[in-house]
Design a binder for this molecule. Structure first.
Ligand SMILES: Nc1ncnc2c1ncn2[C@@H]1O[C@H](COP(=O)(O)OP(=O)(O)O)[C@@H](O)[C@H]1O
Ligand SMILES: N[C@@H](CCC(=O)OP(=O)(O)O)C(=O)O
Length: 371
């Protein structure tokens, strides 16, 4: 931890507000001290929530709106207030910050993903601290990350961080939601995210948080697959971030996985949303998972959805369980015609042949824990 040069810190709404959802200024000042300390001899990226909560407060609303335009309006008002707080806190130490607002589209498209990467790299080289949030005001449902835990794990991959620290209002992952179960125990270390572990992590126990512990554990799993260590700990207790970066055992540490994903397979597995599903037979599944082979048309049993060439599709087994995600070499309507056939028949069936494979192994990511 002490050697980490590039660190992403995610700050949840719960770490910025008090119990009634109001911005906790004194607390923010303490947190900023920790962030400034972390930024002193490291490259720091902050993924900060709080726009909606700060907007609710600024507009004097009695509660967080439930409708989307209401949330969009609050985010627009609150985001500038949020940045103002970061500007002031970092400005006092002569540290520059930069606002970056992202939608899912910005990472779904490989060219835009690389654009984001280049901008972030340049900011970090210049000693600036990027403060990232989802662009809630323009993100409609299908373009949403939905929660900043997911966004933070993708950002950690984009900048190839060594550590992702997720600051919430709890000390880490417990055996049950500590708000509901007084006997819940803190898990100090997680070596692998299993379905059983995921089942321990519930939704948000507060009125202001979004994803709860479940999105944090998924985010940690994604980071771990990229070779990035992740710690979930409390942002409500001053000094926790320093303790994590000093290598002290606080919060829940998710170790980096031993078999790491490349940047490209991580992009396929983590950043893309499937536009269709290919049901494949057991032989093809074994070849893909066991021997890292391509998917040939002969292994496809069924094609679901309308998608174009190059679109992301999920590969599912005959029980419907997704096990890989990849980019289709053919349109959905073409795959329907060549499914179950030998590659040598593609040309006679379609009138042309692009590739022998339906999904080439270079465009394929086996799903580890979850996508
Ligand atoms: N197993 C668990 N361990 C810890 N917290 C849990 C667990 N299951 C659910 N939670 C809830 O997750 C909440 C943190 O998530 P969330 O409210 O989304 O916060 P944030 O604003 O930091 O993203 C905790 O306050 C807690 O109520
Ligand atoms: N983008 C939203 C926050 C979404 C979110 O994930 O919130 P949280 O669970 O508090 O980290 C905002 O700024 O209000």
């Amino acid at each position: 931890m002490r050697a980490a040069r590039r660190v992403v810190v995610k700050i949840g709404t719960n770490a910025l507000t008090n119990a009634t959802g109001r911005f906790n200024r004194a607390h923010f000042e303490a947190l900023s001290e920790d962030l400034l300390w972390a930024a002193k001899d490291r490259e720091l990226v902050v993924v900060s929530s709080g726009a909606i909560a700060l907007g609710v407060e600024r507009l004097g609303l009695p509660a967080r709106p439930k409708d989307i335009p209401g949330k969009q309006a609050c985010a627009a008002v609150g985001q500038s207030r949020l940045m103002q707080a970061y500007e002031e806190a970092f400005g006092r130490a002569e540290k520059r910050v930069a606002q970056i607002l992202l939608t899912h589209e910005d990472v779904q498209d490989r060219r835009r993903y690389l654009n984001v990467k280049h901008a972030l790299d340049r900011l970090l080289e210049a000693g600036v601290v990027p403060v990232i949030n989802e662009n809630d005001t323009v993100s409609v449902d299908e373009l949403k990350f939905g929660d900043n835990d997911t966004l933070a794990s993708l950002v950690a991959g984009v900048v190839e961080a060594e550590v992702l620290v997720v600051l919430s209002d709890v000390e880490g992952l417990y055996t049950a939601d500590p708000r509901k179960d007084a006997g819940a125990r803190l898990l100090a270390q997680v070596d692998a995210v299993t379905p059983e572990l995921l089942a321990l992590a519930g939704g948000s126990g507060s009125a202001v948080g979004t994803g709860g512990m479940s999105t944090k554990v998924r985010a940690a799993a994604r980071a771990s697959e990229r070779g990035i260590r992740c710690v979930i700990t409390s942002g409500a207790v001053p000094g926790r971030l320093r303790a994590v970066l000093a290598g002290e055992p606080v919060g829940t540490l998710f170790e980096a996985a031993s078999s790491r994903r490349s940047a490209r397979t991580a992009w396929i597995a983590h950043a893309l949303r499937p536009k269709g599903r290919l049901v494949v037979d057991a032989g093809a599944r074994d070849a893909i998972v066991g021997s890292k082979r391509s998917l040939l048309p002969s292994g496809i049993r069924q094609v679901e959805g309308d998608f174009g060439r190059g679109d992301p599709v999920d590969l599912v087994d005959e029980q419907g369980t997704p096990f890989a995600r990849g980019l289709s070499a053919y349109e959905g309507s073409e795959l329907r015609r060549i499914a179950g056939h030998k590659s040598t028949e593609i040309e006679s069936l379609l009138g042309y042949r692009y590739l022998d494979e339906a999904v080439h192994r270079d465009d394929l990511a086996v799903l580890q824990t979850l996508a």
